[in-house]
Design a protein around this ligand. Structure first.
Ligand code: HEC
Length: 122
């Protein structure tokens, strides 16, 4: 009988403790959601390879900024432009003088470079 009035107090203490935990995990959930949102927003930017910048870094030394540095191979010329995207990707990836796949470029980066090479067309 003497214990009876204590029961609601214990219940209140237990509940308020629980409420604190809930508030805490809510903040964590919001933080996690924020991080996910930021990462999700950044992924398309990272995925869109910059073909022009890659070309400048990897190809321009030999081919020139406009692809015309070597008279023998004008990247904007008809011979190169007549090739399919797939052929150009294969050439840049595996040709012994190029072999950019083994030099660490990804397929996506090589595709981006090839679309930049398309923009060199006269
Ligand atoms: C070290 C110099 C060098 C670099 C760097 C270089 N190339 Fe070349 N590239 C050549 C030479 C030399 C040729 C002439 C073909 C041959 O001798 O194999 C050539 C030819 C080509 C051709 C013509 C293929 C054909 O069938 O006519 C393409 C397309 C090409 N390069 C694209 C690129 C791209 C794209 C890059 C950058 C990712 C690049 N090259 C980087 C030297 C280079």
């Amino acid at each position: 009988m003497g214990l009876q009035p204590l029961t609601p107090r214990i219940a209140t203490i237990a509940y308020s403790g629980n409420a604190e935990t809930k508030g805490d995990s809510m903040i964590k959930k919001i933080a996690v959601l924020l991080v996910i949102t930021i990462i999700a927003a950044a992924i398309p930017v990272m995925a869109a390879e910059d073909g022009a910048a890659l070309y400048k870094a990897k190809c321009a030394a030999c081919h020139g900024p406009d692809g015309k540095k070597m008279a023998k191979v004008d990247l904007g010329g008809a011979t190169v432009q007549a090739k399919s995207d797939a052929d150009l990707v294969t050439f840049v990836s595996t040709n012994p003088k190029h072999n950019f796949k083994s030099k660490g470029l990804t397929e996506e980066q090589i595709k981006a470079i090839v679309s930049h090479v398309r923009s060199l067309k006269k």
